[in-house]
Design a binder for this molecule. Structure first.
Ligand SMILES: [Zn+2]
Length: 149
């Protein structure tokens, strides 16, 4: 079977439409576009167990208020805070204004220093493959439903 054209790590199981071009990708990469075709129901089912092990991380959307609140709770000024974090004050101001999003690595450091939660696991939508499938083939969702009966 061909390899995934996006990550190259897994075998391609579905064809997705990404801005007009078709790519053969594995189920974990299928969220990058609209699924147009399922190669094999069984192989995508098997692949699904692996997608859980490769979660994607992102910085929470209310990072700005979280950072500001925890800094204020600790009674720190921007100046104290910048020395503690070894970041420029302008960077901290931008985080707190919500105009600059810290990277996941930086957010993890902030989590440790401030004792707050800034990084979340992006849940890969399992339904994405089935709900966007346009083909008449048995979709993953149908397959699961049939097996449950
Ligand atoms: Zn992939």
């Amino acid at each position: 079977m061909a390899q995934c054209e996006m990550c190259g790590k897994a075998a391609a199981a579905v064809v997705i439409d990404v801005e007009g071009s078709n790519l053969s990708v594995c189920p974990s990469c299928s969220g990058y576009g609209t699924v147009t075709k399922n190669f094999s129901v069984t192989s995508s089912l098997q692949r699904y167990s692996y997608t859980k092990e490769t979660p994607e991380w992102s910085v929470v959307s209310d990072y700005a208020s979280q950072i500001r609140r925890s800094r204020e709770r600790k009674g720190m000024s921007h100046d104290d805070f910048s020395k503690l974090l070894q970041e420029r004050e302008t960077v901290i101001s931008k985080w707190e204004a919500g105009t600059l999003k810290p990277s996941v690595d930086t957010a993890r450091r902030l989590e440790r220093i401030l004792g707050i939660k800034l990084v979340q696991e992006d849940v890969i939508e399992k339904s994405a493959v089935t709900t966007t499938t346009k083909s008449d083939e048995l979709t993953l969702g149908d397959f699961v439903k049939i097996r449950k009966r």
